[in-house]
Design a protein around this ligand. Structure first.
Ligand SMILES: C[S@@+](CC[C@H](N)C(=O)[O-])C[C@H]1O[C@@H](n2cnc3c(N)ncnc32)[C@H](O)[C@@H]1O
Length: 275
């Protein structure tokens, strides 16, 4: 079932703009999951060679850097200066990387018509206004171009990880400030349902979906708690301290003898190819 609304809830606005302010960008970059290379290749349409790729809602550029490592020429667009600052810092240290960081939004992409072969939106389509964003994607993509959406979430088939996901995703928060993914209903449960699709009004596009294992090793229980604080639902919750304590207990229950924690995760991917 596809969600009907084109506008995020009012409360979601505070969370949508929390990245780089309430959510610490460096902590986000250090602790949020990376996308597996196979997922990055799938999201860009499994190309034979380098492409021009727009990383939309790029944040700190986690996906941009993965794309650059695959040889693509990347433009990273995000409205948050705080998040882009992390990417810009990396660019200073990696002058040969073919990545350009540009301030902008998905609803008004600062790129010319027909200028990219692929658009990738990592962990963020739920923050965008789907009709306006899809219109911009259709404008900047070349004919035959590909839009790839991804979400990395905890693996719901593993008991403690499912409970952790409920806390990360905000299901435990209740009310309008619900799941990070709730603005357009992309909860971990939705993503795991093979019948579910995000709302992507791209006329004539052929859609496909795939999922890739994306387990993440965190050095300590403290790091899992710090990761939790990068999820906007927790960052803005009045029940933050209690929820973080529950995250700590869950992480401790899964900690290995060396103190590290392996988070079982899945990278859910959706791909739309234009005619
Ligand atoms: C959960 S982060 C995802 C960042 C990155 N793609 C990743 O995979 O780590 C969501 C990002 O969406 C950005 N964002 C929020 N509203 C946006 C909009 N209207 N247009 C573009 N980006 C937006 C935020 O600034 C934030 O960096």
């Amino acid at each position: 079932m596809e969600p009907p609304e084109d506008r995020p809830e009012a409360d979601d606005e505070a969370r949508r703009t929390s990245f780089g302010t309430l959510v610490d960008a460096e902590r986000y970059d250090r602790l949020r999951p990376d996308h597996p290379d196979e997922a990055v290749d799938w999201l860009t349409g499994e190309p034979d060679g380098p492409l021009d790729v727009l990383d939309l809602a790029a944040g700190t550029g986690k996906v941009s850097r993965a794309l650059a490592r695959r040889g693509h020429r990347v433009v990273a667009v995000d409205p948050s200066d705080g998040m882009l600052a992390v990417l810009r810092h990396w660019l200073v240290e990696s002058p040969r990387a073919q990545v350009r960081a540009v301030a902008g939004t998905a609803e008004q992409v600062p790129l010319p018509d027909s200028s990219v072969d692929a658009v990738v939106v990592g962990q963020a389509w739920h923050w965008l206004r789907p009709a306006a964003a899809a219109a911009e994607v259709a404008r900047v993509l070349r004919p035959g171009g590909v839009l790839g959406l991804s979400w990395v979430v905890r693996d719901l088939r593993v008991g403690w990880a499912a409970e952790l996901e409920a806390l990360f995703g905000g299901e435990g928060l209740g009310g309008a400030t619900g799941a990070d993914e709730a603005a357009q209903g992309a909860s971990a449960r939705d993503l795991a349902d093979a019948q579910w699709w995000p709302r992507v009004p791209l006329r004539g596009a052929v859609r496909e979906r795939a999922a890739f294992p994306a387990a993440q090793r965190l050095a300590s229980v403290d790091d899992v708690v710090a990761l939790a604080s990068t999820y906007s639902g927790l960052a803005v919750s009045r029940r933050r301290e209690g929820l973080l304590q529950r995250v700590r207990e869950l992480a401790a229950s899964a900690a290995r003898p060396d103190g590290s924690v392996l988070l079982p995760q899945v990278c859910h991917c959706f791909r739309y190819r234009l005619p």
